[in-house]
Write a protein that binds this ligand. Structure first.
Ligand code: PEP
Ligand code: MN
Length: 284
């Protein structure tokens, strides 16, 4: 009834910006080096759980880049269950990540745990990861809505997919539309795995949302030998990104060693993923 209004579209989903109808064609997250997330190419992000030393990081960065990863992961600030566990190297780790990323041509992703770390991280990382424990830290999400860098938002251990999408909405409603969602396993009654990787979350999110969807089979299973099969299954189910922990010497890792792949295991997995991708219309 108003002059100048041609069409009114009712969005009944509670997540207005994250919902599929906002951008039926899907979202592409673009990086200056030409990498796009959400396109045909599946982007593999790999590296250690935590940055532990220059030698550790540069060794594994070279190995994962040779195997075909496009991004280097590594925690500088670690959300550990125990306050006595290794908490991360902080700023020193961020500097090492940037240097290693530039040396081996890899994007850099690292976890932000609190608002005060955002400004410190911006010069060093290409993607800020919000961990499972912070998925509903709404103050943090709002601040991440004000910046111009892509965010990877991981599903909380007891979060529904609607809650995940509403958390994405917190970021997007601030103006940052470059959000990548990530399934990283949820807590169930099962004890043979650390978490239960909900692979069905991948097609469900693709139906409900235009945002790219990642899978993290490392935290999703917690067991090294279960990571390759779940990575293959995630790719087959339509994941746009795979986030995989790799350590040059997993038995000596300061965090998540039991779920970290050996570098040659990662290279073999990449060969397998390269065979699966074309079967589901993707590239690696
Ligand atoms: C991580 O990526 O190392 C991490 C701590 O992930 P999550 O928040 O999924 O536990
Ligand atoms: Mn980890």
């Amino acid at each position: 009834m108003l002059a100048g209004v041609e069409h009114v579209h009712r969005i009944s989903a509670p997540y207005k910006l994250a919902g599929r109808s906002f951008r039926p064609q899907g979202t592409l997250v673009n990086f200056p080096n030409g990498i796009k997330i959400g396109a045909d190419q599946v982007v593999v992000m790999a590296g250690p759980c935590s940055v532990e030393s220059r030698e550790q990081l540069f060794t594994v960065a070279e190995q994962v880049s040779k195997a075909g990863a496009r991004a280097l992961r590594g925690g500088a600030f670690k959300p550990r269950t125990s306050p006595y566990s290794f908490q991360g190297l902080g700023l020193e780790a961020l500097k090492l990540l940037r240097e290693a990323g530039d040396r081996f041509g890899l994007l850099v992703i690292s976890e932000v745990m609190e608002i005060s770390q955002i400004a410190m991280m911006l010069p060093y990382v290409d993607i800020l990861q919000v961990g499972a424990r912070n998925m509903q830290n709404f103050n943090l999400l709002r601040e991440l809505g004000k910046i111009k860098k892509p965010i990877m938002l991981k599903r909380g251990i007891a979060a529904t997919l609607e809650e995940l999408l509403l958390s994405a909405e917190y970021i997007m409603s601030g103006g940052n539309y470059d959000v990548i969602l990530c399934e990283r396993g949820i807590r169930t009654f099962e004890t043979y795995t650390r978490n239960t990787l909900d692979i069905s979350a991948i097609p469900i999110i693709h139906k409900l949302s235009h945002l790219p969807m990642a899978s993290d089979p490392s935290h999703g299973t917690g067991l090294r030998d279960k990571v390759p099969p779940m990575a293959r299954a995630s790719l087959a189910a339509g994941a746009d990104v795979l986030l995989i922990e790799v350590h040059p010497d997993p038995d000596k890792a300061l965090s998540d060693g039991a779920q970290s792949l050996y570098p040659d295991q990662f290279a073999q997995l990449m060969d397998e993923l390269r065979m699966i991708a074309p079967a589901v219309g993707r590239k690696l």
